[in-house]
Design a binder for this molecule. Sequence first.
Ligand code: NAP
Length: 289
Amino acid sequence: MSAKQRIGFIGLGIMGQSMAGHLLAAGHQLNVFNRSKSKTDDLVAKGAKWFDTIGDLAAESDVIITMVGYPSDVEEVYFGAGKILDRAKNAYLIDMTTSSPSLAKRIAEEAEKRGCHGLDAPVSGGDVGARNAKLSIMVGGKQSDFDAVLPILKIMGSNVVLQGGPGAGQHTKMCNQIVIAGTIMGVSEGLGYAKSVGLNPETVMESIGGGAASGFQLLNLGARMIAGDFAPGFYVEHFLKDLGIALEEAQKVNLDLPALALAKKLYEGLVAEGCAKNGTQVLFTKYAR
Ligand code: NAP
C-alpha cells in the first residue's frame, strides 16, 4: 500500500471521533459516515469528506474502519444490501468495534470471497487512550494483511499485536473485558468501603493508587467515582454487551467464570435502574453510602 491512503471511517462516536482525527492529522484522506451526521461536523470542518451512504464511502476507500456500537450494527454495516461487502473493492476492512468472534470470522470469510481483506481489531484504553492515540489494539487476521495495515493502526495505538487468525482479536478483547469485570467491582468495593468507614477517598487514592492495587480502572475510573462524575467514557450498555459476549463464549468451552457472571448481573441491575448511558464507573453507586 502507498503511504497515504483513502481511509473510510464509519462510527464517529466517543472513540471513533478521536481515532479518525488522528488519521486525518497524519495526512490520510478521511472519508466519514455516521448514523447521526452531526457527530462528523468537527472532522468535516478539518477536511474529512462526508458520504451520504456507507456503500458510496466503501467504493471510494482503500481501507475501511468501523467503530460502531453492537454486533447488530457491525452486521448491518458489513452485510446490509449495498453496504461495505457489496461495494468495497480490494480494500482492507478493519472492524474495531467490540463484537463477537464468530461475526469477525464471517466477515473475514466473506471479504476474502469478494477480493477484500478482513481484520478484527478491537481496542482497549478507553476514551483517554483514544484521545491520546495510546490504544492497545488486538488484531485477528492474516499476517500479510496485518503487516499492510500496521502503519495505520499505529497512528491510533501504541500497542498493536496480532493475536492469530480472524476472531482472535475479539477473543483477546473478551479476555480484557473479563479482567475489567472483576477489577471494576474491586475498585467500586474498595472505594465504597473507604467512604463507609469514614476515610478521605482522595488520600486513600494517593496510597492505593501508588501500590499493588493500582491500574487504569482505579486511577481513571476510581477518580471519577470519587468526584461523582458518572458521565460516559465507556457506556454501561456497551460493557453489558461485552459481558454477554464473553459469558456466551465461555459457556461454549464449558468454562465457569463466576466474577464475570456477577458483574453481568450487577450491570443488568444498573440498566434496569436507567443507567445504560452512564459510564461504567456508575457501579460505585451500588456501594457508596
Ligand atoms: P458510541 O459513542 O456509541 O459510538 C458508536 C458510533 O457508531 C455512534 O456515533 C453511532 O451513531 C455509530 N453507529 C452505530 N451503528 C451505526 C450504523 N449502523 N451505521 C452508522 N453509524 C453507526 O460508542 P463508543 O464509546 O465510541 O464505542 C464504540 C465501540 O467501541 C463499542 O463497541 C464499544 O464497546 C467499544 N469500546 C469503547 C470504549 C470506550 O471507552 N468508550 C473502549 C473500548 C472499546 P449515533 O451517534 O447515531 O449513535
